[in-house]
Design a protein around this ligand. Sequence first.
Ligand code: SF4
Length: 243
Amino acid sequence: MRDPDGPAVAEAIAELREAALGCVACQLQADRTQVVFGCGNPATPMVLVGQSPGEQEDQSGEPFVGRAGQLLTECLARCTIQRRHVWITNIVKCRPWTRTERGKGRNRDPEEDEIQACRQWIEAELALIRPKVIVCIGKPSAELVLGRPIPISQVRGRWFVDHRFRPAWVMPVLHPAYIVRKQGQADYEPLCQQLADDLETARQKARQLLKEPVQPTAAELANAEPTAPDPLDEADQPSLFDA
Ligand code: SF4
C-alpha cells in the first residue's frame, strides 16, 4: 500500500531536516559532530523513537547504528521489518556526552532542559509523518511522547493511545542498549526475543490500522491492554511498509 501523500511528506521532512541540522537551541550543539536527524521512510505507518545519539551515531549522522542499533536492526529483521520500512529517530538529536579524566568521551543521558529544547523536532517529525503506531524505545522517549511518568519495565509491550498525534497507538519497549548490557547472561536471548515480539506486535497493529483506519473506542482510549499478534500473512509481508 503506497501513501499518496508520500512525496509531499518526504519533501516536508527533508526541509525539516535541513532546519534541524543548524539547530543551536541547547548546549549539546557545542560538542556535537553533527545533528542526528531521523531516517527511513517518512511515509511509513510506524515510527520508532529512541532517546539520543551515541558516539557512532554522532560520527555517522544516522540514529541507532552502534551496538544497540545493530541489535534493534536484528530484532526488526526477526519480524521482517527493514530499517527502510520505518522511520527511526530520537527525542534528542545531538549526542549528550561528558569528557572523562583520560580525555575520552562517555555517553550520558540527556538533561531535562536538553529534552525540552529538542522536543520541537520530534514533535514536528511526528506531526508530518502522522504515524499510526509509535514505538517508544526506552523510558525517556515513552515519557516525552505520552507526557507522563512511565514505569517502562511494567508497561513495555502494552498499548497506549496518544491524543496529540491524531491519535496514534503508542507502545513502550525496552531499549536495546539495556539488552546489550545483558550479553553473556541467561536472560540476554529471551530479552532479544521479547523486543522482537513487541516489534512484531507493533507491526501487526500498523497493518491492521492501514486496512481498517478506525478511531479508537472510548475503552481503547483508556490505555488498551496488549493485543495478541495476528497470524503472519506470508504473502503480504513484504508490502506492509511499501517503501
Ligand atoms: S540537541 Fe536538539 S535542541 Fe539541542 S542543539 Fe541539538 S538539535 Fe538543537
